[in-house]
Design a binder for this molecule. Structure first.
Ligand SMILES: *[C@@H]1O[C@H](CO)[C@@H](O)[C@H](O)[C@H]1NC(C)=O
Ligand SMILES: *[C@@H]1O[C@H](CO)[C@@H](O)[C@H](O)[C@H]1NC(C)=O
Ligand SMILES: *[C@@H]1O[C@H](CO)[C@@H](O)[C@H](O)[C@H]1NC(C)=O
Length: 191
C-alpha cells in the first residue's frame, strides 16, 4: 500500500498542472459534511471575493481572487474567475458548475476550465447569499486517505469580524477541517 505522501506526490505529478485540487491531506475517506439546505442558485448570482482559503499549489501566492457567478440556464452556473498571481500577472478563466443531483443543489460539480476535462466537486456548506459563502471540496485516494480544501468567499473584499466568528463556529460545530485557513489579500486589486 502506498503511503499518504506517495499518494499525494502521485496526485501532484499527475494533476499538478491543472491542480485546482484539494491539498489538505487526511486519513481515511472524505468526511461527510452538511451542505446548504434549499440552496437557491438565483440568490447566489453576482460578485464574490475570496477572503480566505486553505493552501493549494495552484493558487500559491494568488491574490485578488474574484468571481462573478452568472446564470447560464439549465442550472448551469458560470464562474467568471479573476486573480492576480505571485508574478503580478492577471488571470482570467471561465469555469462552470452544475449540481450533481437536482435534489441536492448545493453539491456542485465544478469544471474550472472550459477547455480541460478536469472536474472537481464543490459543495456549498453554507451561505447567506448576501455576505458570505463557504465552499468545500474533497477527494478520496484508494479509501485510505483524502485531501480537502476550504474557501471562504464574501460579497465584499473584506468580511466583518462577527461574520468571521460565525463561520469559524459553523466549521468547528460541523467538524470541518480548517487547518491553515489563510486570509486572501484583496488590497490594491485591479477589480
Ligand atoms: C457579472 O456578469 C453579468 C453577466 O454576464 C454581467 O451582466 C455583470 O456586469 C457582471 N458584473 C461585473 C461586476 O462584471
Ligand atoms: C461591504 O463594504 C461596504 C463598504 O466598505 C460597507 O458599507 C458594507 O457594510 C459592507 N457589507 C457587509 C455585508 O459587510
Ligand atoms: C496585500 O497586497 C498589497 C498590494 O500588493 C501589499 O501592499 C500588502 O502588503 C499586502 N498585504 C499583506 C497582508 O500581504
Amino acid at each position: 500500500m502506498r503511503s499518504l505522501l506517495q499518494n499525494l506526490i502521485f496526485v501532484f505529478c499527475v494533476l499538478g498542472p491543472v491542480g485546482v485540487f484539494p491539498q489538505v491531506p487526511g486519513f481515511g475517506q472524505c468526511p461527510t459534511h452538511p451542505v446548504m439546505k434549499k440552496f437557491d442558485y438565483r440568490k447566489f448570482l453576482g460578485e464574490w471575493y475570496e477572503v480566505a482559503r486553505q493552501f493549494t499549489w495552484f493558487e500559491l501566492g494568488w491574490k485578488c481572487v474574484y468571481t462573478n457567478v452568472t446564470d447560464l440556464g439549465g442550472k448551469v452556473l458560470g464562474f467568471m474567475d479573476r486573480a492576480v498571481t505571485i508574478f503580478d500577472a492577471k488571470l482570467f478563466f471561465d469555469g462552470k458548475t452544475k449540481p450533481l443531483d437536482p435534489k441536492e443543489p448545493a453539491k456542485l460539480v465544478f469544471k474550472p476550465f472550459d477547455k480541460l476535462p478536469f472536474r472537481m466537486k464543490l459543495w456549498i456548506l453554507d451561505t447567506d447569499y448576501k455576505e458570505y459563502c463557504i465552499f468545500w471540496t474533497c477527494v478520496d485516494f484508494l479509501k485510505v486517505s483524502h485531501a480537502e480544501n476550504l474557501w471562504i468567499y464574501s460579497r465584499n473584499k473584506t468580511i466583518r469580524q462577527s461574520t468571521k466568528v460565525k463561520i469559524i463556529q459553523f466549521l468547528d460545530k460541523n467538524k470541518v477541517n480548517r487547518y491553515g485557513l489563510k486570509h486572501t489579500n484583496q488590497t490594491n486589486c485591479p477589480w
